[in-house]
Design a protein around this ligand. Structure first.
Ligand code: 5GP
Length: 193
């Protein structure tokens, strides 16, 4: 998606350790005009799918999912990061290793909000090694719901996540795929999907 690529080139900051900071328009301050165009693009990409629910993960996925949800006329459920080790039987849960924070945490979704009748679009801000997505996929599968697609804002194509998730047969679309980025020069190149 040209608009997103242009914005990443203009305002994205490449950090050491393969981290792309996009705080000025995506991860801290949110550009709602850009979010709206991203929502439209997700709708175009997944228009042929009978999506009735959007699943994302807190915190950065929520804003993107909510704006996109208006185009699907579907509710958004977000997986919550949970501290509790003693979970009751009312939740689906999985462990996720955070790429940016380098630690493991548990995420949960209430069984009330995901069921075998659901046709789910998973949305998240970044795809790096694919750990967050694998966790969300596990939760949908545990619920017996159908994954209709996965929409990602920024995929770092030089990391393993995209290959892994596409290798699982998932209908994955990323709005911008970063092919390479250089912390020294700040140069970012994109792949066309
Ligand atoms: P994964 O589980 O695919 O390794 O990482 C995905 C999650 O890590 C995303 O939900 C996102 O919050 C975070 N993340 C991974 N790489 C980056 C990055 O380069 N920049 C930012 N801002 N977040 C990232």
């Amino acid at each position: 998606m040209q608009l997103l690529e242009d914005r990443i080139r203009k305002d994205g900051i490449v950090k050491e350790g393969n981290v792309l900071k996009v705080d000025s328009f995506l991860n801290h301050q949110m550009d709602i005009h850009l979010y709206n165009e991203m929502g439209k693009e997700f709708k175009r990409l997944f228009a042929d799918r009978p999506i009735n629910k959007i699943l994302t993960i807190e915190a950065s996925g929520i804003g993107i999912a909510c704006i996109a949800a208006q185009y699907f006329d579907a509710p958004v459920v977000f997986a919550k990061k949970s501290q509790s080790i003693n979970l009751d039987g009312d939740v689906y849960s999985t462990m996720i290793t955070s790429f940016t924070h380098k630690r493991e945490y548990q995420v949960i979704v209430s069984k009330k909000y995901l069921s075998p009748d659901d046709h789910v679009l998973i949305i998240d801000d970044f795809l790096a090694n694919g750990c967050a997505l694998q966790g969300l996929i596990e939760i949908v599968q545990e619920a017996g719901a159908t994954i209709e697609g996965i929409g990602i804002a920024v995929e770092k194509g030089f990391q393993e996540g995209g290959k892994l998730i596409r290798g699982m047969g998932m209908n994955l679309h990323s709005l911008a795929i970063v092919d390479s980025m250089d912390a020294a020069t700040g140069e970012i190149t994109f792949r066309q999907e």
